[in-house]
Design a protein around this ligand. Structure first.
Ligand SMILES: [Zn+2]
Length: 155
């Protein structure tokens, strides 16, 4: 995972995600921080915003993963789920796609909660695409081709 060409702050973000250290509403509640609302802000499921819900189970996130052709098997545990999804994805750029997609979900979730932005899959796509394009500038030539090919099939 650390060989990914994502930027440092994305890697830190993903490291926090894997360890359930992001300040989701569930974490804030566990830290006994009072909020008016602990529900997920990206769907209407009336579910507490846990890490698993927000990034995987939420109908919003599920749409994002379907769009990217990333399939998660919820019967598997954490790392096994990641390893299986990577196999199924059949491209070397799997981890880059996952990190940036999750980062875009988190960024959009923050916009919705803190700035009252409307929930929008188009906005998520835009965040994803912008960050993914930045990645292209940093990638090594061989890897760049893989990224470009993948991005061109993405609309
Ligand atoms: Zn949700």
């Amino acid at each position: 995972m650390w060989k990914s060409c994502c930027r440092g702050r994305h890697k830190v973000f993903f490291w926090l995600l894997l360890r359930d250290r992001l300040n989701t509403r569930n974490i804030l509640r566990r830290k006994r921080r009072y909020l008016d609302d602990y529900h997920c802000a990206l769907c209407s499921a009336n579910t507490e915003e846990t890490l698993f819900h927000l990034f995987f189970e939420c109908s919003f996130s599920q749409w994002c993963w379907r769009f990217l052709n990333v399939r998660w098997n919820f019967n598997l545990m954490d790392m096994d789920m990641l390893i299986q999804a990577r196999k199924d994805f059949k491209s070397k750029i799997f981890i880059e796609v996952v990190i940036i997609a999750a980062w875009a979900i988190w960024t959009h979730r923050n916009e919705v909660i803190f700035y009252g932005t409307h929930i929008s899959l188009r906005r998520w796509k835009q965040l994803f695409r912008d960050e993914f394009s930045l990645l292209l500038h940093r990638a090594k030539p061989t890897f760049k081709l893989e990224l470009q090919t993948w991005l061109s099939s993405f609309h």
